[in-house]
Ligand binder design. Structure first.
Ligand code: ATP
Ligand code: MG
Length: 708
């Protein structure tokens, strides 16, 4: 990634007092600790060792890093020899913008010739670039292909199949699980048996086979000149294990700066130590209270052990003033993290006074939650807060499903980070296509997708069937008379029968969707490797469907979000448009918004019931809530549905359960919130998810009315 910075005039080192004076003026806005970090090493210290800035949320760590980059360049550092490492590409772009703006101000004018910071991006991005530079010297072809996680899973699945492991009687771990294990071994630099014991105990019986699989996977990648995501770090670190190469690579950079250091893994720390063994020129910033990526092998030990890992001792700077949030938001956040079993709290303070406490809003269920949030967002927009300055955060990507529909219904544009939009997930589209086709057997697009869910039916057969149905006065009769290819013969009658049932007048809604799900489940299990998670999504879709009075109404509403768009571009409005931010908490780190809503602050969601195993996992969930809350500048609302829906093993079925407020907000913490209910009187009597025609909007009828 190339970072454009304004040019420091002709000479890199300011030769007059004027730029120095301007640079000083730019630093004047910083507090004393921030300034100490920004200017560290630029003064009289004979041997400045590494620098660690460890501080709570919103204290200006990222801002300090950006100022430091600008200051270094202003003081003569060669921007080509600076390496800036961030957690995501988005964060890298934001950091570039900030640093360029500051340097522009320091230099006091528009640049004539903007030099670029040569090295800025994620560890993976920078790793890829370095590996291409050194490929020939480490036995790689410079033209190597990079596999993303999806490609990596697919290649693993092929290798697994070739080894005969997918066909074993006891179910061998799914390809996504295999990749997660492999990835954990690589990134944590831990042996396979230890990783299995701590993180994947149910896969322990397969240790020998997994070892065989991973060896074959590595051989396949090397034979195909392919590197996966983890390889970008692994090859980089292996390259740095060779002292002469390490010295050469390290010498390319005078300054190495890393943001969000608490979420790096062992491999990344190994790379940094090999780059700068004495720590000179190295700056890392982070917050141990915000470490939320241990499931990807990140370890908070990296930041805690940093001060003593280099030949030179580290300078540690802490920051305590928060510039982001109002005092009541900070009080509530401090109270949440204050209950952590390891004491993370750094007692942040702010000068941003406010009388308004954050709100803890009880809603009946997820349907009301979606309505409540949508209304609040519109109200805030009325008061002049742009949609872009508002965010809705949630623990898992699927938690926003109901809200996405509500936003579509109200025509509120949004962009979602951290997971596909619910309606774009392939399996959700599959099921909707079946329903759409039943609703309208002449809908070729839906039919084309639905019929190809059967094994043995490809595009040519599908087209032949749809042509026959188009020509016939009764499309369903034509379908029943169709002669499928032999490979589809076994499954064909069930599809014909399903379509027949769904078309009958007596068909009931939402019973239809149950019927379609029952038909689809075995196909889903055959088509997708990670069927369990996808079945959970379908359960969610079923629940949402039950809140509409008819199939037609349901399909009309979900179609408001155009299904034709690809996932990459769907719903991302023009850049200058205003749109709401939806994000998983994991993808929200480092960011801030004026208004933040956090969905499903109930046990089972935060902490997630997938993560309640160990104390460490629970503590990480607590930090997640802390990260979510500390994103808010002016308004913070936590939503607590009284009931939500859980997807259980098939034997028990799905059911609504009474939810309880997250254990991270016990009474002692609750006092930092204003508690309220929405709508004002919450009725406990109505069953969750019950249809309430009086509160629904008949969009389909309105659209039809336009043409009368
Ligand atoms: P996080 O832990 O969430 O990553 P952070 O510590 O990196 O937060 P920043 O994002 O750098 O914090 O800063 C938070 C907000 O405070 C930003 O809006 C930033 O512009 C502002 N800020 C930081 N330092 C100052 C300062 N000295 N004066 C005024 N505003 C500041
Ligand atoms: Mg930050």
């Amino acid at each position: 990634m190339v970072m454009h910075l304004p040019s420091p005039t002709h000479s890199p080192i300011p030769s007059t007092d004027a730029p120095v004076g301007r640079a000083d003026a730019c630093l004047a806005a910083l507090n004393a600790q921030q300034r100490r970090a920004v200017e560290y090493g630029c003064g009289a210290e004979p041997e400045p060792g590494p620098l660690l800035v460890i501080a709570g949320a919103g204290t200006g760590k990222t801002d300090t890093l950006a100022h430091r980059v600008a200051h270094l360049v202003c003081r003569g550092a060669d921007p080509q020899r600076i390496l800036l490492l961030t957690f995501s590409r988005r964060a890298a772009v934001e950091m570039e913008r900030r640093a360029a703006r500051i340097l522009g101000r320091m230099l006091g004018g528009s640049p004539q010739r903007p030099p670029a910071i040569g090295w800025s991006g994620t560890f993976h991005g920078v790793g890829a670039r370095l590996l291409r530079c050194y490929a020939e010297r480490i036995g790689l072809h410079a033209s190597f292909t990079i596999h993303d996680r999806g490609d990596a899973e697919d290649l693993l699945a092929i290798v697994r199949h070739d080894l005969g492991l997918s066909a074993t009687r006891n179910r061998f771990p799914a390809k996504a699980t295999c990749l997660a294990i492999y990835s954990r071994v690589v990134n944590s630099e831990a042996p396979l048996d230890a990783v299995l014991a701590t993180a994947f105990p149910w896969c322990r019986p397969w240790e020998a086979q997994l070892r065989e699989l991973f060896a074959a996977y590595v051989a396949a990648k090397q034979a195909q000149n392919v590197l996966d995501y983890d390889d970008l770090l692994l090859y980089w670190s292996q390259m740095m294990a060779e002292p002469s190469l390490a010295a050469e690579v390290g010498a390319r950079f005078d300054h190495v700066l890393v943001d969000e250091y608490q979420d790096t893994n062992r491999l990344q720390s190994t790379i940094l130590r090999a780059l700068k063994p004495d720590g000179r020129g190295l700056t890392v910033v982070g917050d141990d209270a915000q470490s939320i990526y241990s499931f990807r092998a990140a370890t908070v030990r990296n930041i805690l052990d940093f001060p003593h890992q280099f030949a030179l001792p580290a300078r540690v700077v802490t920051l305590e003033r928060n510039y982001r949030s109002t005092q009541p938001i900070l009080d509530a956040s401090n109270a949440v993290i204050g209950l952590a079993s390891e004491r993370h709290a750094k007692n942040l303070w702010t000068e941003r006074k406010s009388a308004a406490k954050p709100q803890l809003v009880t809603v009946r269920d997820e349907v009301d939650q979606a309505r409540c949030v949508a209304e609040a967002i519109l109200e805030h927009r009325e008061t002049g807060i742009a949609l872009k300055a508002q965010a809705v955060l949630f623990r898992s990507s699927s938690h926003s499903a109901q809200l996405e529909l509500e936003l579509a219904r109200r025509d509120i544009p949004f962009v979602k980070f951290g997971g596909l939009k619910f309606l774009e997930a392939a399996h959700v589209k599959d099921l909707l296509s079946v329903l759409r086709w039943a609703e309208n057997p002449r809908n070729r697009l839906a039919g084309f997708r639905a019929v190809r869910l059967l094994p043995g039916i490809g595009p040519a057969t599908a087209a032949r069937l749809l042509d026959a149905m188009d020509r016939a006065p009764d499309p369903l009769a034509a379908m029943a008379a169709f002669d499928p290819p032999p490979a589809a013969a076994v499954d064909w009658p069930a599809l014909v029968a399903l379509c027949g049932r769904l078309r009958r007048e007596a068909a009931s809604w939402p019973g239809d969707i149950d019927d379609a799900c029952r038909w689809y489940e075995p196909h889903l299990e055959r088509i997708y490797d990670d069927a369990v998670a996808r079945l959970g999504d379908l359960a969610q879709l079923t629940r949402i469907a039950a809140t509409y009075v008819s199939r037609e109404r349901f399909l009309t509403e979900v179609t408001l979000d155009p299904p034709g768009a690809t996932s990459a571009e769907a719903g991302v409005p023009e850049l200058d448009d205003d749109y709401l931010i939806l994000s998983t908490i994991h993808s929200a780190k480092g960011q801030e918004w004026k208004t933040v809503h956090v969905l499903n602050v109930v046990d089972g969601c935060i902490p997630s019931d997938m993560s309640t195993g160990t104390t460490e996992e629970i503590e990480e969930e607590r930090r997640l809530l802390y990260v979510a809350m500390t994103r808010a500048r002016d308004h913070l609302r936590l939503l607590v549905p009284q009931r939500f829906y859980v997807h259980q093993q098939a034997a028990h079925g799905d059911r609504h359960v009474y939810a309880s407020r997250s254990r991270f907000i016990p009474e002692a913490v609750r006092q930092h919130f204003e508690t309220c209910a929405w709508p004002v009187a919450v009725s406990a009597a109505a069953p969750a998810g019950a249809r309430d025609p009086a509160r629904e909007v008949d969009v389909a009828a309105r659209i039809r009315a336009l043409w009368r």
